[in-house]
Design a protein around this ligand. Structure first.
Ligand SMILES: Cc1cc2nc3c(=O)[nH]c(=O)nc-3n(C[C@H](O)[C@H](O)[C@H](O)COP(=O)(O)OP(=O)(O)OC[C@H]3O[C@@H](n4cnc5c(N)ncnc54)[C@H](O)[C@@H]3O)c2cc1C
Length: 491
């Protein structure tokens, strides 16, 4: 009797075992019919399908794949690593192993959808069965529609429809480890040869200190957050000087934990009282992630083009030195510089500060939002194909439910409001640490004596502001005015 052919599970944005519908479906069949199972991860750097990982996210991917391989070993499932375009690799691997069944969880970028659709029809024509599932979202982007059957562009209205659907979807249980028959020996590239981690210079030290990639790290974060911070979340979430948020974003981005697992844990932690302020606010933030994917699915060009077409003609003033100063945290505005340095060091930035640095870049510095989005894509460990462009468009006033362009955050007032004692600034901009609170967000106002006793030489140890706030604000408003005269808006 010939051994049953292996089943193939293709891992993508779902690097976990629990609540993984593709894996669960494969394991159910394997158990019933005695098939071995093979797992595949392909690193597609051709940029033809989903957006290629950049710097910080590559570091995360390395560790996440290591953890996944360890977890799969408990099921006797080898994780095969291959580099190249999935369109070519998958049919080749299926032919090589004789696999006739393929399982994956869906992605929502236009290029990924096109790739998956083409693969599915090519493989189905060869008699292969392909099963795709949802593991990334609480609600499929096409399930949520306005009364007229259209996509939503306003978050509150979107969430009113999506939230009850989200609440009705419990996660799948984590499958019990089982011993499957050994699959045929299949060549896997060695993870080390993918060079996902930096070598010289090694800029990942701060990320190693901050994060534990993998599902175990995700659940440790979740439990710590639910126990210690959930009840205060609604207020503390806006304070970058405290650890008031969950820091689950990179784990969610790589699918090491699913939003359904988080939702279920949240529901349990608050004993079903989801309407209390903390849980409801947190659930709503998960809703913003859903909304971003809804937008990406419905408006596939949002990573490149403004949703509000009128903004195609926005008179940006690209300026390399200004962009560079922003990227390096050398703008002379402490809260902005603190955020950009937190990002560089840890691969993450607090949400309130993301809004401030974004506003400063596109408004005070008049740089195109795409330049900020690209820098975030390169430096964030949670760089997400939906949330990053959708949030940048929100900040720039050209996206869905966007903050209007004329609402311009003042980095001094925002710093004083959300980092009142300057603890966040002192943590990330140590050259300012001896400044008294009164000047921590505006060192240029400090009298010479104060500067001297704080050992601060403006223009030498810390930059003077690279743009005057009122000048930047007026210039941004003038740019907006010129736009409103140019052409009518079409959404
Ligand atoms: C300019 C800009 C760029 C951003 N880029 C990204 C990105 O690339 N990846 C990313 O995951 N988030 C992005 N965000 C959204 C948000 O800043 C982060 O999700 C959040 O800071 C992550 O921290 P947390 O996990 O502690 O969030 P929590 O407050 O604990 O929220 C829980 C989860 O909800 C989701 N979430 C929270 N706020 C938002 C939001 N505004 N939009 C979408 N999802 C949200 C995240 O998955 C987050 O992990 C961006 C925001 C801005 C303003």
């Amino acid at each position: 009797m010939t051994a049953p052919l292996p089943l193939l599970v293709w891992f993508r944005q779902d690097l976990r075992i629990g609540d993984n519908p593709a894996l669960t479906a494969a394991l159910a069949r394997a158990k019933a019919d005695g098939h071995p199972v093979i797992a595949l991860y392909c690193l597609d750097e051709t940029k033809t399908s989903s957006r290629a990982f950049s710097g910080a996210a590559r570091w995360w991917l390395h560790h996440s794949l290591s953890r996944l391989a360890e977890a799969l070993a408990a099921y006797a499932i080898p994780l095969i690593l291959r580099r190249g375009a999935a369109e070519t690799l998958l049919p080749a691997l299926m032919a090589e192993t004789g696999a006739r069944h393929l399982y994956w969880n869906r992605q929502y970028e236009a290029a990924a959808i096109a790739r998956d659709t083409a693969l599915k029809s090519a493989l189905t024509a060869q008699g292969v069965s392909v099963e795709s599932s949802n593991s990334l979202l609480l609600v499929e982007p096409w399930e949520v529609k306005t009364g007229q059957g259209k996509p939503f562009q306003v978050f509150t209205a979107f969430w009113r429809v999506a939230r009850p659907l989200a609440a009705a979807r419990p996660p799948l249980p984590t499958p019990a480890p089982l011993r499957l028959p050994a699959p045929p020996a299949v060549h896997s590239e060695a993870l080390e040869t993918w060079d996902l981690r930096p070598t010289a210079p090694d800029w990942a030290g701060g990320m190693r200190e901050t994060w534990t990639p993998g599902s175990a790290g995700a659940f440790a974060r979740l439990e710590g957050f639910l126990e210690a911070r959930l009840s205060a979340y609604a207020d503390a979430r806006d304070r970058p000087d405290t650890s008031g948020t969950s820091a689950l974003s990179p784990h969610l981005r790589f699918g090491e934990i699913s939003p359904r697992q988080i939702w279920a844990a949240l529901d349990q932690a608050c004993h079903g009282q989801m309407s209390e302020r903390g849980p409801e606010t947190f659930a709503r933030e998960l809703g913003w992630r859903e909304f971003s994917y809804h937008l990406l699915y419905q408006y596939p060009e949002i990573p490149q083009r403004p949703l509000r077409s009128q903004y195609e003609n926005f008179p940006w003033q690209p300026n390399a030195p200004a962009l560079h100063a922003w990227q390096r945290g050398q703008t002379g505005y402490p809260i902005i510089d603190a955020g950009m340095r937190q990002l560089w060091h840890t691969g993450w930035m607090h949400n309130r500060v993301r809004m401030l640095v974004g506003s400063f870049l596109v408004k005070h510095l008049l740089q195109p939002w795409q330049a900020g989005e690209a820098w975030f894509w390169d430096t964030l460990v949670d760089a997400d194909p939906a949330s990053n462009p959708a949030s940048w468009q929100w900040v720039a006033g050209c996206g869905a439910d966007a903050a209007p362009y004329f609402r311009i955050f003042n980095p001094v007032l925002q710093g004083e409001k959300f980092d009142p004692d300057g603890a966040y600034v002192r943590r990330w901009v140590p050259e300012l640490q001896h400044l008294p609170n009164a000047f921590i967000h505006k060192p240029w106002d400090a009298p010479p004596l104060v500067l001297r006793s704080a050992q601060l030489l403006l223009g030498q140890t810390y930059p003077r502001p690279i743009v005057d706030l009122s000048f930047g604000r007026d210039r941004a408003l003038a740019a907006l005015k010129s736009l409103s005269h140019s052409q009518p808006e079409s959404l």
